[in-house]
Design a protein around this ligand. Structure first.
Ligand code: JSK
Length: 447
């Protein structure tokens, strides 16, 4: 038996996102987002699932806060549904939407849980999509006004802010690969969306500073780890491109004021380039307070000129996979944290998501999700290894508190520490919830 002790003051928590858990899609003055439109388009989401009712957290948030409190969580990461605050994206603010998040945040604070707020977790108001969405520079300005309302309304109550969750997903996966809303397959469009997202990020950081608010602001890109199949330089190059596409493509502009050249070269070869205007890169480069990172999996890749945009072929190594098909690679978690430290320095890092899709359901009132516990155990050892090795990691948020609407995969893919019955909305803490709770409460992991 080995005992791993985490630093005192380390934040432990769990994460969710508005469209994935709230439901109440037509209540409280909320108007549709691009995910309402997308999920109602036949063929886009498995089983025709939508977020109309989801986990009904809009009505059951008190029960969810209780689950966090009993877990011992010090932090809860959630997101704001922009179309609850500005149903038309801009213009008139919807008081009922603000009131909902005040109830949630006040409940968290009363339970001694720090609210960790994501401003954009993919639910763009449909009204803004109708004007071009993130392809339109003006959407960045609408976002900054939404952020201003949130900062002035919640300043002092919410002290941790994430501008964008997984910007690679909301740009490239959504507009080039076409798997997420709005579902387009146009590289130039995706490159535009990524740039306007970064522009909105930079302007929001500048606004946050100008308001002199207490707290910290950062961004949470996908961490995609990739290891070369062989020692051939071409294999190393494709792996680096793959890592950098989801992470460095968004952090290099913020830290260094320019996009990575290797990816600009790939895009140029395919006729696309970012729509940079004078002054943009300076705005994007506004210093942030922490780096967020979402880590799930890794791959072993080799160069193959016929293997799509990055020319990377993902090898099937026969590794153990979670139920969504993503291979387990806990060592990739450690390696990626060392990579981030080495490249971006000692700014605080929060693991804003990590978790496993394991679809076990209840048996006689209990959920025996041993494979989730196994995944979390291995990833927490890697996390401890990175902390012990000097990586400045301040907190860890498990994805997810609840089973929820897993985007294009619908409700059948379950990432929760807590099981959700989508007919009755009953919540059942899984075995992994109790296991994780013990680590959260003691700061000690025994393996
Ligand atoms: C999980 C990444 C934020 C939080 C969680 C999904 C994801 C993904 C999902 C890549 C991807 C699909 C599919 C590729 C290739 C072509 C969420 N994180 N999460 N993070 N990333 N296939 N064609 N059909 O729910 O909300 O790629 O498809």
């Amino acid at each position: 038996m080995t005992t791993y002790k985490f630093p005192s003051g380390f934040s432990w928590g769990a994460a969710t996102a508005s469209y994935q858990i709230e439901g109440a899609a037509n209540e409280g003055g909320r108007a549709p987002s691009i995910w309402d439109t997308f999920s109602k388009t036949p063929g886009r989401v498995k089983n025709g699932d939508t977020g109309d009712t989801a986990c009904d957290s809009y009505h059951r948030y008190e029960e969810d806060i209780q689950l966090l409190k009993e877990m011992g969580a010090s932090t809860y990461r959630f997101s704001i549904a922009w179309p609850r605050i500005y149903p038309q994206g801009r213009g008139e603010v919807n008081r009922e939407g603000l009131d909902y998040y005040h109830r949630l945040v006040d409940g968290l604070l009363a339970a001694g849980i720090e609210p960790f707020c994501t401003l954009y977790h993919w639910d763009l108001p449909q009204a803004l999509q109708d004007e071009g969405g993130w392809d339109n520079r003006a959407t960045a300005d609408a976002f900054v006004e939404f952020a201003r309302t949130m900062f002035t309304e919640f300043g002092g109550k919410i002290k941790k802010w994430i501008t964008f969750n997984e910007p690679w997903c909301s740009s490239f996966l959504s507009n080039y690969i076409g798997v997420h809303a709005p579902g387009f397959t146009d590289l130039q469009l995706a490159v535009n969306v990524a740039h306007h997202t970064l522009l909105a990020h930079g302007k929001t950081v500048e606004l946050f500073r100008s308001l002199n608010l207490e707290g910290e602001i950062g961004i949470a890109p996908n961490i995609t780890w990739s290891v070369p199949y062989s020692s051939r330089p071409e294999d190393k190059e494709v792996c680096l491109r793959r890592i950098m596409w989801t992470f460095d493509y968004f952090l290099d502009p913020i830290f260094f004021g320019h996009y990575p050249q290797n990816l600009l070269d790939v895009f140029a070869k395919n006729g696309a380039q970012p729509p940079v205007q004078p002054g943009d890169m300076e705005l994007i480069q506004r210093p942030i307070d922490f780096i967020g990172g979402n880590y799930y999996s890794a791959s072993i890749d080799r160069y193959n000129p016929d293997a799509g945009l990055l020319e990377n072929e993902e090898m099937n190594m026969g590794y153990e996979r979670t139920d969504i098909g993503w291979p387990l690679d806990p060592v990739g978690f450690y390696d990626s944290l060392k990579y981030i430290q080495n490249k971006y320095g000692d700014l605080p890092i929060y693991i804003t998501e990590n978790g496993a899709c394991i679809n076990n359901g209840p048996e006689e009132g209990r959920v025996h999700d041993d494979r989730r516990t196994h995944y979390l155990r291995q990833h927490l050892v890697s996390l401890h290894r990175a902390i012990n090795d000097g990586v400045n990691i301040k907190g860890y948020m498990a994805w997810s508190l609840l089973d929820n609407f897993e985007w294009a995969e619908g409700y059948n893919m379950r990432f929760g520490l807590v099981y959700v019955n989508y007919e009755t909305f009953e919540r059942i803490p899984k075995d992994s919830y109790y296991w994780y709770s013990n680590i959260v409460k003691t700061g000690v992991l025994e393996v």
